[in-house]
Design a protein around this ligand. Structure first.
Ligand code: FES
Length: 121
């Protein structure tokens, strides 16, 4: 089942869709503005499973997501700070793990799909 949620975008051309898949396979589709990070889009749309305790400073790992393989290579590389935090996620780190606060939405990422870990804390 896909539930859709629209956040305010500055313009239609600025709107980027992200899909969040929970552990049950249900998908929440959120439309947000380019420039928003995936963590903020999730929090604004009240997507369960993203916490973001540190506010987006790559300092808590409670915004851990698994990026769908098809999208992973389109993302900017993991920097050192993110890499360190990904080693401390509660749910297992995989080759497709990222911190949602480090992923800024761009028009090229329209349709980005991520899965949520079973637990963040
Ligand atoms: Fe804390 Fe992403 S919000 S690491």
């Amino acid at each position: 089942m896909i539930k859709k949620h629209f956040l305010i975008a500055r313009s239609e051309s600025d709107a980027v869709k992200i899909r969040f898949r929970n552990a049950s396979g249900d998908i929440r589709e959120v439309t947000a503005s380019a420039g928003t990070c995936v963590k903020d889009a999730a929090l604004q749309a009240e997507v369960a499973g993203i916490i973001g305790v540190c506010g987006g400073y790559a300092n808590c790992a409670t915004c851990h997501v698994y990026v769908d393989e098809d999208w992973f290579d389109r993302l900017p590389p993991v920097d050192e700070a993110e890499d360190v935090m990904l080693d401390g996620t509660l749910s297992e780190r995989t080759p497709f793990s990222r911190l949602a606060c480090q992923l800024l939405l761009t028009p090229e990422l329209d349709g980005l799909t991520v899965s949520l870990p079973e637990s963040q804390m």
